[in-house]
Design a protein around this ligand. Structure first.
Ligand code: ME8
Length: 519
């Protein structure tokens, strides 16, 4: 049986339509999930929407609609985006679903059984935008003297009777866990931030609300709904069989990777492991806090009006161009900027002019001059062997880096293989060999087909639809990492009578769209 691999994204607040930050997170998680499938892992990939909390209540009120209707409408946009961006999730979870209610109430009961919940009065600051409680000492002062959360969002004074979770009890166990598992929080900068926060002392956490009823009801406590983060974090286990399917649950849990943004690392690396410890459940292997996507260097916000619809970008420039750009141009773990020009420049340089052109030149030459017949393999000229070695090396470097979540470096390493092929094709000039040395021409073309197969299989997680189309043109059926270990496919394909058809270009050259509302 293949080794299970469970990856999740954050679940997104559907109080508005999805933006490019949401798209970025889904695309990164999807690329990792596809990569692990190619590596032979039995992958479960979950994403979804986080539909409870005061922010949803207030947005619905502002729009004059029922909260559930808002959640249904907006969650649909996230689901459409997931399918539009070719996100291969196994489950799109919505926190309004019955199995999620059951799981949230079960973990609540487990925390209560551990003696970690008590009723008291909460008085303090709350940010509806962050759905987070803050201590006085964490607040910053806004331009007009008002108090703001450390994220710069407005806070309001809240006073109500709530259930508390004994977070303070878990300070030392958490510190011990971070020490014993240096890779639990990544990247390093996030880990240091969390260490400082926990070392500074933890106060007990208010985990229920009584001033509204849009949430999962607290068991045996009429009038209380769970604090939205308690139910939101629980999505990771409710989607994986907790508590009613122990077999399924023990297969998937603990998760291998929670992929989230840098602003919510505290919830995932402090509160969530503390809840799990309290409920006597294993902790996830790793929490990775990726950076933010900025619009031409600026933070996106509704008030500045610079929020970009990712589906519009995908329609203008293509899903795979967008995916490739985000994975290649943003160093994973750091913030990065996007603009239409940057997407077009990157996609044209790498995909259209280099990789696409390489495949297009090679396949159309074979279709035209060899009637589509596979070239006869050569005897192994040093230049051919050197190229194959270089391409295999760059694909192996891609795999090593990707496995370590250095996604952008991985793509860069892959690109080195593409460049090597383009240099080779120019140096070997198969078109000139057609008349002078047909045998050598065959060997060069055969070498190129092999190299293109390695490159196509390797980049599949990043540009899945385009890579699949290219591998179809090449007649390559097996697309996992193990298949790259031999070149048997070539002889099998040659004997099967497969013919290379005149190819249609896979990566069209892009131009910047100048339309009125283009980003
Ligand atoms: O925080 N660039 O939901 P959310 C990159 N419901 N990533 C970004 C981003 C940007 N500009 N803006 C947001 C929530 N994100 C909670 C999560 S999980 C149990 C509950 C990321 O819709 C953000 O960091 O505000 C988070 O990982 C995800 O998008 C959803 O953000």
């Amino acid at each position: 049986m293949a080794d299970p691999y469970y990856i999740t994204t954050a679940i997104h607040y559907p109080n508005g339509r999805p933006h490019i930050g949401h798209a970025y997170e889904m695309i990164a998680a999807d690329a990792i999930a596809r990569f692990q499938r190619q590596a032979g892992r039995d992958v479960r990939f979950q994403t979804g929407t986080d539909e409870h909390g005061l922010k949803m209540v207030q947005t619905a009120r502002d729009r004059g609609m029922e909260v559930r209707a808002l959640a249904d409408e907006m969650s649909r946009y996230f689901q459409q985006m997931a399918s539009g961006l070719n996100i291969s999730c196994d489950r799109f979870i919505r926190t309004v679903e019955p199995d999620h209610y059951a799981a949230s109430q079960a973990i609540w009961r487990a925390m209560a059984d551990a003696g970690d919940l008590y009723l008291d009065r909460y008085e303090g600051w709350y940010s509806v935008r962050d759905e987070a409680f803050y201590e006085e000492k964490e607040l910053i002062e806004g331009e007009d003297g008002t108090k703001l959360s450390p994220q710069g969002t407005p806070v309001e004074w809240t006073a109500e009777e709530t259930w508390f979770f004994r977070l303070s009890k878990y300070q030392q166990p958490l510190l011990d866990h971070y020490k014993a598992n240096p890779d639990f929080i990544r990247p390093e900068s996030r880990r240091n931030e969390i260490l400082r926060f926990v070392e500074g002392g933890l106060t007990d956490l208010s985990v229920s609300r009584t001033s509204f009823d849009w949430g999962v009801p607290v068991p045996d406590s009429p009038g209380h709904v769970m604090y939205v983060w308690v139910d939101a974090l629980t999505n990771y286990i409710s989607g994986a069989g907790y508590p009613n399917d122990p077999e399924e649950f023990s297969k998937w849990w603990p998760a291998d990777l929670h992929l989230i943004g840098k602003d919510i690392v505290r919830f995932h690396a402090v509160y969530w492991p503390a809840f799990l410890m309290s409920a006597k459940l294993p902790l996830p292997d790793q929490v990775f806090g990726h950076g933010f996507v900025l619009n031409r260097g600026e933070k996106m916000s509704k008030s500045t009006g610079n929020v970009v619809d990712p589906m519009q970008l995908a329609e203008l420039y293509g899903v795979d161009a967008l995916r490739y750009f985000l994975m290649r141009d943003i160093s994973f773990g750091q913030d990065g900027s996007f603009s239409a020009e940057a997407i077009v420049t990157r996609a044209n340089a790498d995909l259209s002019n280099s990789f696409g052109n390489l495949a297009q030149r090679t396949l159309s030459f074979i279709a035209k001059n060899l009637g589509g017949e596979l070239p006869q393999p050569g005897k192994g000229n040093p230049a051919d062997n050197a190229l194959l070695e270089e391409v295999r090396g760059s694909c192996a470097a891609f795999r090593r880096a990707f496995d370590d979540l250095a996604l952008s470096q991985a793509v860069e390493a892959w690109m080195a293989g593409v460049f090597a092929c383009n240099q080779y094709i120019d140096a070997q000039a198969p078109w000139a060999l057609r008349k002078t040395d047909p045998e050598r021409m065959h060997a060069v073309l055969g070498t190129l087909l092999r190299a293109i197969r390695h490159l196509g299989v390797t980049i599949e997680p990043v540009v899945p639809a385009s890579a699949a189309k290219m591998l179809d043109q090449l007649g390559v059926a097996d697309r996992d990492h193990a298949s790259l270990e031999t070149e048997d496919w070539y002889d099998q394909l040659a004997t099967s009578g497969f013919k290379i058809a005149p190819p249609t270009p896979i990566f069209p050259r892009l131009a910047i769209e100048e339309s009125e509302d283009a980003p």
